[in-house]
Design a protein. Sequence first.
Length: 143
Amino acid sequence: MKLFTIGYEGTTMDDFLAALRGAGVERVIDVRALPLSRRPGFSKTPLKGALAEAGIDYVHLRALGTPAEGREAARAGRQHDLERIYDAQLGLPEAIVAAEELKALAAEKSSALLCFERDPKHCHRTLLWRAALPGAEIVDLFA
């Protein structure tokens, strides 16, 4: 299975959509706990609309997002704390169910995990695919 990841930090909607289209992504799986953004167009409703216009499906799996404490650790550069906090998040019943949904969605059509951070090394989406889809071929997209 091939899975893409993408962050929208520092990009425009046009460049973001071009990166997805160029990779052949058919579905974006939003793994933000809070699908809100100060960047125009990247909050849940306008993002879903822009993706639909581009012919790309949108699914939000809130339970796979990072809790507030984890987001704070990530912003502060405390990677070890982020990993510990996110590991606990993935052990919650709702996250276990969402991870199974993620597997099914990614197997069904070409999908990209979405979060804010441009560099996947500093984002929970890398922790997520390592835990939920360890055998997947991962391609990090940069818009």
